[in-house]
Design a protein around this ligand. Structure first.
Ligand code: CUK
Ligand code: CUA
Length: 624
């Protein structure tokens, strides 16, 4: 039906001029009654029976009291948060606020987290798509997670000792950082793709001249989180991944026409994937071959740039079918897989041929025809690739070497297809982005859930589906559906042994602010300012009450002096918009103005003991 075609293609009103597009449109229309489209055409919402085949008996049950085998870190899209989900149970273990504020933990309410968000741009939301774990020797080292903000051109870092956001960089000159990855194998940089083209600098000059807009690629230092350099390129950058040797970063890109509307963006037949030669870019920066914009060295990597003319261009432009979507580099680093999106193919680039070849076509190692709407590819480490098919609503498993042997456009490498429900974006198998993936489980992050769950109003959850893939030799088997609040894009997994999360805070991290019961008290620090220090423990605050004057700026420092795992106290102050958590041995501060005279009952928000309800203090604000 027409409605289904709109959903599947997502491009209403676009003229279907090109060959692949025609095929896609016609096929999607004709396929209304098969495969993943069946439920879309149902109309009455009647579900095809939930498929939890009893076949191989792969179980994702984790018995009560048992632990999951893997941590899964899910992007939360425009919710701004990350979610931590155990695999294989798919149980949500926690959430990590990043670009959002969070009243459960007080992120964005305490002084330190407020300052973090303020200095990171001062926005109240962000759109994170691509979580990446820090690597040492091509494997996860469990130190940090880095994630992009597509909305405001930022990159954030999460400390995996405490599962807390500890840095947000508002990257100069960039509006939308979409693709984001770390440079393998040792996390030399966090790399980001600027998706939206804009004038450089974007200061109001030349706003009406899209020919002068530009798209940037950025490198951020993973320790200092400072922006190191940027590269200007043609077209809109989309997704990025790196080779395993620290040299190449491959970015998909669309709109080589450099148009500002959808008709213009889809006029030509081809786009160009960009291969960034990182050491060559570093050399250009070192040689001073850049222009400084807002304090950042910007190197010219456009096709006409002199830096792209010699023996070692800083950016290689490799033609691909129109509007590709994702780039993922396989575990051995031999190939980059570029999903066609509008083309039913995946283009494989030979990364080993990239350095020496002057003919860009020569570096295309294979181009299997996988199905309609390929978006993302993942790996099991046993020679198989799995590609999500947005239009077909399927995951397709195919043989990597067979695709190199086969002719372009061949379907021979395809091993099997699994229906998913519905319209998948990313697809991720366990540790697929390392040099040694674990196989076993794969997640299909489906954009639409439609009839898969009880209806909850018009804004429906996504559907993250757990698929058993064994060690890659078995058939794929759909094992579980899990609803997801809007809107995850991607996820990344680490074996539990690679993450070493602390159970209580290390007091030395907070030395200057840590307070003891003896420190509890009120100190006047100025005519209109006081510093209140107050410990927390079961089931009392260090001060049963404290008094301030109307108009005082109150700085409240709280240390949870307990050393016991999982005993968290909250500090909630009614009518002052304050609530935050203080974990064992942690210290947090808030600063606020006591504007209204009266009595305010401070209470503990975390159920900490049988006398939790009685855990109280009073803030008394005396009239001026
Ligand atoms: S993107 Cu969302 S489905 Cu931002 Cu990785 Cu492809
Ligand atoms: Cu402390 Cu409840």
């Amino acid at each position: 039906t027409a409605e289904d075609d709109d959903i599947s293609l997502g491009l209403p009103g676009l003229s279907l001029g090109r060959r692949d597009f025609m095929k896609a449109g016609v096929a999607a229309g004709a396929m209304g009654s098969v495969a993943g489209c069946s439920a879309l055409t149902g109309g009455d919402g009647s579900a095809s029976s939930q498929s939890t085949p009893s076949g191989s008996g792969a179980s994702h049950t984790v018995e009560p009291g048992e632990h999951d085998e893997y941590y899964g870190f899910w992007s939360g899209g425009h919710s701004g948060e990350l979610r931590v989900i155990g695999i294989p149970s798919m149980r949500e273990l926690t959430r990590i606020p990043v670009f959002n504020t969070d009243c459960a933990t007080g992120y964005g309410y305490t002084d330190d987290t407020k300052e973090l968000l303020e200095e990171g741009g001062g926005y109240s939301w962000g759109d994170n798509h691509h979580p990446n774990l820090s690597e040492t020797d091509g494997d996860y080292d469990g130190e940090y997670l880095y994630v992009n903000d597509k909305a405001n051109g930022r990159i954030a870092r999460v400390n995996l000792t405490y599962f807390e956001t500890d840095a947000i960089t508002d990257v100069p000159n960039m509006q939308a950082i979409h693709g984001c990855t770390v440079l393998s194998p040792d996390t030399k940089y966090v790399l980001g793709n600027g998706e939206f083209r804009a004038p450089l600098p974007n200061d109001g000059t030349d706003v009406k001249n899209p020919d002068n807009y530009t798209s940037l690629f950025v490198a951020v230092d993973p320790e200092s989180m400072e922006t190191q350099w940027q590269v200007k390129v043609d077209g809109n950058l989309d997704i990025v991944d790196t080779g395993k040797e620290g040299r190449w970063a491959i970015s998909s890109a669309y709109n080589s026409e450099e148009a500002t509307d959808i008709q213009g963006m889809t006029k030509d037949d081809r786009d160009n994937v960009k291969a960034f030669d990182i050491p060559a870019i570093e050399q250009a920066v070192e040689n001073g071959n850049y222009e400084e914009v807002n304090g950042i060295p910007v190197v010219d990597g456009t096709q006409g740039s002199s830096l792209n003319q010699g023996d070692r261009p800083i950016v290689k432009y490799i033609p691909t079918p129109k509007s590709p979507h994702c780039v993922e580099v396989g575990p051995n680093g031999d190939y980059a897989f570029i999903a066609g999106k509008l083309s039913p193919t995946v283009t494989m680039l030979d990364l080993n041929a990239l350095a020496d070849s002057s003919d860009p076509e020569e570096v295309v190692a294979g181009r299997p025809r996988v199905g309609l709407g390929p978006l993302h590819t993942t790996f099991d480490g046993n020679g198989h690739a799995y590609t999500s098919l947005f239009i077909d609503s399927q995951a397709v498993k195919w043989d990597i070497e067979a695709a190199v042997e086969a002719e372009e456009g061949s379907e021979d490498p395809i091993i099997e297809k699994q229906d998913v429900h519905y319209n998948p974006g990313h697809i991720q198998a366990l540790e697929a982005m390392t040099t040694d993936p674990d196989g076993e489980w794969l997640i299909s992050l489906n954009k639409l859930s439609k009839d898969r769950f009880l209806p909850v109003g018009p804004i429906m959850p996504d559907n993250d589906q757990l698929i058993h893939i064994g060690q890659g030799e078995k058939e794929m088997e759909l094992v579980a559906d899990h609803p997801a609040y809007p809107e995850p894009h991607d996820c990344v997994f680490a074996h539990k042994d690679k993450i070493d999360a602390k159970k209580v805070y290390d007091k030395s991290d907070y030395d200057e602010t840590y307070i003891t019961e003896e420190d509890s008290g009120v100190e006047r620090t100025g005519e209109n300012s006081v510093h209140v220090k107050m410990t927390t423990k079961r089931s009392e605050y260090g001060l049963p009450d404290f008094t301030v004057q109307e108009g005082d700026e109150v700085k409240l420092t709280t240390t949870n002096i307990e050393g016991v795992q999982d005993i968290i106290h909250g500090v909630a102050i009614p009518e002052h918009d304050i609530n935050y958590a203080v974990a064992p041995q942690d210290t947090r501060e808030v600063t606020f103005t006591a504007d209204d005279p009266g009595v305010y009952w401070i209470y503990c928000t975390f159920f900490c003991s049988a006398l939790h309800l009685e855990m109280r203090s009073r803030m008394i604000v005396e009239p001026a």
